[in-house]
Design a protein around this ligand. Structure first.
Ligand SMILES: [Zn+2]
Ligand SMILES: [Zn+2]
Length: 643
């Protein structure tokens, strides 16, 4: 029986070439094409571990002698054969994007046979980003990621993401990156002779840590922003396999300038803090931090900016456009309220019986003059002026003024000139003086005659005061003869006033030195203490001046000396009450101003100081508000709205 030949199974061998022989193990880089790709320094450490040597040995014996110098007089040459352990001091740039990492990538690729090791560095961003401040100069890591790698049995590796300075949290675990060894408490070099992924290069202990539930739930201020940044950088790293290019970035920045900065470059700069013009012109590449700031402010994806030209109509720009429109500060110059709003105000006045002038309306819109109103609404302004000039409009005619002044002069006692002016709706007396100087002078003279005594009786009163004991104060005497202050009397009766003054000084001097004068305590009225104590219970707290005035025949100094404690208590109580009242007034004012400012802003009117001040005066019942206080409230309200 002939044996049938055995049929062997036919294998379909892949047409792939057998791997190229390499001097070092052809270790597969971890995570290429994902956000969690390993760093070149981490890869070198792993390579050393695979060969059972330290990172220092591999680098100094095998790699460094092949890395050409990139800077200085010996650029392009190989380094001398001597060991150079200091190479580790600035070794963070091996993961960067300058010529140095390019050399390292070339050497490691030659030794391992891999051709995509530039993806383990920031080299894909060369020409797109500025290297300054991009990389950390110390090692950072996510202990949870290390722990996950260990427990899942995957290769333990350091991520390129952790080398980027802007990344402060792990996007996978939303927890801050560690920068100090939990065992020895020291900073670690990003790359050193003892580097080994997952272990401290100083104390050689494991850096991974189980996720602590409390730690993850910990709501940290600004965490959302940090997670956004970390995720954006992670996306950028993942997109590196899609060949980021500077043409796409520049085209996108130009689109951004048109879509988001159409109002002004300044508006975009104010909101994002970035000057996009510098980048679109190609003068400077943006720093990673600045680009992230821009993208975060406008909610753009940095990874998309790098890899594709985003169309002008793409909805990615919508958010940024809206945000700039909403938040950009208004131009510093006067923002014209819409012509329509002005027209409405003018029409309203045209309908009223007592129309305001165009100037007054302009003031309400925050203008200093009516020029802008006349420019925007010339017809309406002309009609308003005409209406105000028409005889039907109620205005003070010369006749009315004359009659009022004549009536004032005829009255006994006559009103003051200011009272007459106010009754005619005038603020001051200047116009009255200009039109009817005679009548005004007559009124003032008559007024003086009523309030002041004739010189002879003034002299008589002064002489009488000289005989009084104790002599009255000079101001008191002045008031007796119808003057507000003694100053006016000095001009007319210098001798008498001098005599009065000397007598006053004499009397006070003798009082102080006279040993016979009663002791202060003996000059304290018996009911003083009771009155003081009652005042302490009074609500609202009375001022000390008032309390003292209630005590008959009192003497301030003796009272103060007799009851120093009560004196102080009454004064402090009144001061505290005054302080509380003031702060309440301030609170009310700030509230009113805040309301006015937000109301004006919502109507599209710029809340100028003048405009808000006018409205406050109309609305607030507090008539004693100082300009400083209002100004302060307005500034605070505007700042609050703009932030
Ligand atoms: Zn993590
Ligand atoms: Zn340590």
């Amino acid at each position: 029986m002939a044996k049938t030949p055995f049929q062997y199974q036919c294998w379909d061998l892949p047409s792939k070439q057998p791997p190229v022989a390499s001097r070092l193990y052809s270790l597969k880089p971890e995570g290429i094409g994902t956000p969690f790709v390993e760093s070149l320094t981490g890869y070198i450490s792993r390579l050393a571990e695979a060969h059972s040597v330290t990172t220092g040995t591999l680098v100094l014996r095998e790699l460094l002698p092949k890395v050409r110098r990139t800077r200085g007089a010996f650029a392009g040459q190989l380094p001398p054969a001597a060991r150079q352990p200091w190479i580790f001091l600035g070794a963070h740039i091996i993961n960067g994007l300058c010529e140095c990492p390019r050399e390292w990538v070339k050497v490691v690729q030659n030794l391992t046979g891999h051709s995509d090791l530039q993806l383990l560095t920031a080299l894909p961003w060369a020409g797109l980003l500025d290297q300054v401040g991009m990389l950390r100069t110390n090692l950072a890591w996510c202990p949870s990621c290390f722990e996950d790698q260990l427990t899942s049995g995957s290769v333990i590796h350091e991520q390129l993401l952790w080398t980027i300075k802007a990344v402060l949290v792990c996007p996978r675990h939303s927890r801050p990156l560690d920068e100090l060894c939990p065992h020895c408490g020291r900073w670690l070099y990003p790359f050193s002779g003892n580097s080994r992924p997952g272990y401290c290069s100083r104390c050689r202990k494991w850096l991974g840590k189980q996720i602590n539930a409390n730690e993850v739930c910990m709501v940290e201020q600004g965490l959302a922003g940090r997670v956004w940044t970390a995720q954006a950088v992670a996306e950028m790293i993942a997109a590196n396999v899609h060949f980021p290019n500077s043409q796409s970035l520049r085209a996108n920045l130009r689109t951004c300038a048109v879509r988001c900065a159409h109002r002004s470059r300044r508006a975009l700069k104010a909101v994002t803090g970035c000057d996009i013009q510098e980048w679109t012109a190609g003068n400077n590449a943006p720093r990673m931090e600045s680009l992230l700031k821009l993208c975060r402010a406008l909610n753009l994806s940095p990874a998309r900016q790098f890899t594709e030209a985003i169309p002008f109509a793409d909805q990615m720009w919508d958010f940024g456009e809206e945000r700039i429109r909403r938040e950009a500060p208004k131009p510093q110059g006067r923002l014209a309220p819409e012509a329509r709003t002005i027209a409405e105000a003018l029409e309203r006045e045209l309908k009223s019986d007592l129309p305001m002038s165009a100037e007054q309306i302009a003031e309400q819109f925050g203008y200093r003059s009516d020029a802008r109103l006349r420019q925007l609404q010339p017809d309406l302004c002309a009609r308003l002026t005409q209406k105000r000039r028409a005889p039907s409009a109620k205005r003070t005619s010369a006749d009315q003024v004359r009659r009022a002044l004549e009536a004032g002069v005829a009255q006994n006692p006559p009103p003051s000139l200011q009272t007459v002016a106010t009754s005619l709706g005038l603020r001051g007396c200047t116009r009255l003086y200009r039109r009817f100087p005679e009548l005004c002078r007559a009124l003032v003279a008559k007024n003086r005659g009523f309030t002041q005594l004739p010189p002879a009786s003034v002299a008589k009163t002064l002489k009488k005061a000289l005989t009084e004991s104790p002599p009255p104060a000079l101001d008191v005497v002045a008031r007796r003869v119808g003057f507000r202050q003694a100053r006016s009397l000095w001009r007319r009766f210098p001798d008498l006033m001098q005599a009065l003054k000397s007598r006053g000084i004499e009397a006070r001097g003798s009082n102080n030195t006279n040993p016979v004068s009663p002791k202060p305590s003996s000059r304290v009225p018996p009911q003083a203490e009771a009155l003081f104590r009652a005042a302490l219970l009074e609500e609202p707290a009375p001022p000390l001046r008032l309390v003292v005035s209630r005590i008959p025949k009192h003497h301030n100094t003796s009272l103060r000396q007799a009851f120093p404690e009560l004196w102080k208590l009454i004064r402090v109580r009144y001061q505290q009450q005054k302080k509380a009242a003031l702060s309440e007034r301030r609170r009310l004012l700030f509230q009113t101003v805040q309301e006015i400012v937000s109301e004006l802003s919502s109507r599209g009117i710029r809340p100028t100081q003048t405009l808000v001040r006018l409205t406050v005066r109309q609305r607030s019942e507090d008539s004693l508000l100082s300009l400083d206080m209002i100004g302060e409230a307005i500034r605070e309200a505007i700042t609050a709205i703009s932030t």
